[in-house]
Design a protein around this ligand. Sequence first.
Ligand code: 6U4
Length: 164
Amino acid sequence: MFVKKLYSLIFIKKGNTVLLGYKTRGLGVGLWNGFGGKVEPGETLLEGASRELKEECNLDAKLNHIGCVTYINNNKNHADVVHIFKSSSFFGEIVESEEMAPIRWFRVDNMPYEKMWPDTSKWLPLIHNEDYFDVTFNVTNEDNRCMRLTLYNNYDEFVKTVTL
Ligand SMILES: Nc1[nH]c(=O)nc2c1ncn2[C@H]1C[C@H](O)[C@@H](COP(=O)(O)OP(=O)(O)OP(=O)(O)O)O1
């Protein structure tokens, strides 16, 4: 059986900066990333994303679902599916959490790609466009090969495809 594990990943934008946290534990420990985590049973993607954002940096935000990054591992019959959200409309005070500290604004032209997941630089720039994106990596042989990148200019088409 092929198992899919769903995650959310949220990027908060302000002017020409993006908010990132330094992951202190678990998957991606020691790397900078947006906020997010596993979507829990009974939660929608948006509910999961909003919950993780609040838990990890204390912000509430109007989130836009703009991308989907899939990591396929054929050896394990497994795929991690990471749904990407962005927002420029957020509320509250940023508070570091046990899982994300420190939290910092990074300039768009100075993202810490060398201290992020190796695949991130291939798709993160797309969050600054108006298109929606669907990227698939084959991680079966640990080489993170990008198999496919599809851009959509229509939200309904994008969301239908990535939530199948
Ligand atoms: N290759 C990759 N590139 C990337 O940029 N982000 C990735 C990634 N693989 C996973 N992620 C993201 C998805 C998600 O936001 C985060 C991992 O989430 P976690 O495992 O920390 O989930 P939880 O916060 O639910 O964990 P716990 O609370 O520790 O159970 O890392």
